[in-house]
Design a protein around this ligand. Structure first.
Ligand code: 13P
Ligand code: ZN
Length: 298
């Protein structure tokens, strides 16, 4: 059933869980993620990233995502990820998305507040939730890139320049009335080329100042321990994509290698199914951790 971001994160916050938010730029990923949530009977967020417009446009994937959410056996929020302009946010709302992220983190603090506030006004009038971003979430050279360019920790003189400042987060939330805030504390979109050093205490420092649910981006590829500490410290929504997609890719590569060795013909419909299964298992493992269940290795 279709749910808003606000409903899901409020419930997760009470339970000290996090809601998994997965980008679903094709049918296989969409089906894999929803099946994973249904098998575990947990709510889930499916997202269309503006960055993925080249893979599949919002016009095409949006209505499919909404229909999939409506018929799902668990609550599903349909969310726009890293929307960078008013048009794309309004288009998502018009399609029936229950939540949008307006990412003006590339702009200065005042403009980020001003523009986010405008989106919140429109969205709330339509019953749509809004997530915003403050700080710089790194972007790996391999995959990622949802934010500004491909900057990593080494590109900043001080990590304080990149990470979310708790006092500014308070001012930002009070002025914008957002429903969730994406914060920067060392995670990176895309593949981790070296082990990240996360400032997990910063989540606590931010949480002490503001009451809105906090969102961790660039979350796939971290350790189970890091997820659990992040959730305990106050993360309520976890954006997870790259390593799930990589799991689908690896499964396809292995299947092709085996078929080649046996000189068998490879059909695309088989590859799609192989990828979907691997994506489902990867999403299921992530959802078990985010919902604080005991994890089983698959
Ligand atoms: P990863 O692809 O690095 O897991 O990040 C996902 C994300 O933050 C989507 O907004
Ligand atoms: Zn992100």
């Amino acid at each position: 059933m279709l749910a808003t971001l606000k409903e899901l994160v409020t419930d997760a916050k009470e339970k000290k869980h996090a809601i998994g938010a997965f980008n679903t730029p094709n049918l296989e990923t969409l089906r894999g993620v929803i099946k994973a949530a249904e098998e575990l009977n947990v709510p889930v967020i499916i997202s269309h990233a503006e960055l993925h417009e080249d893979l599949i446009p919002l016009d095409v994937m949006g209505p499919i995502m909404i229909q999939a959410a409506r018929v799902a056996k668990v609550p599903v929020c349909v969310h726009l990820d890293h929307g960078t302009n008013f048009d794309v946010c309004l288009k998502a709302m018009h399609l029936g998305f229950t939540s949008v992220m307006y990412d003006a983190s590339t702009k200065n603090f005042e403009d980020n507040i001003k523009e986010t506030k405008e989106i919140v006004k429109v969205a709330h009038a339509l019953g749509v939730s809004v997530e915003a971003e403050l700080g710089y979430i790194f972007n790996s050279e391999l995959g990622g890139g949802e934010g500004r360019g491909h900057l990593s920790a080494e590109d900043f003189n001080s990590l304080d320049d990149a990470y979310t400042n708790p006092d500014l987060a308070k001012i930002f939330v009070e002025n914008t009335n957002v429903d969730a805030l994406a914060i920067a504390f060392g995670t990176s979109h895309g593949v981790y080329l070296k082990k990240p050093e996360l400032d997990l205490n910063r989540i606590l420092d931010i949480k002490r100042k503001i009451d809105v649910p906090l969102v961790m981006h660039g979350a796939s590829g971290l350790s189970e321990k890091e997820y659990r500490i992040a959730i305990e410290n106050g993360i309520t929504k976890i954006n997870y994509f790259t390593y799930m997609s990589k799991a689908g890719g690896n499964a396809v590569v292995n299947f092709i290698k085996e078929a080649d060795a046996k000189e068998e013909t490879v059909f695309f419909h088989d590859l799609a199914l192989i990828a979907e299964k691997a994506i489902k298992e990867n999403a299921k493992n992530a959802l078990m951790i985010f919902n604080m269940m005991k994890r089983v290795d698959v």
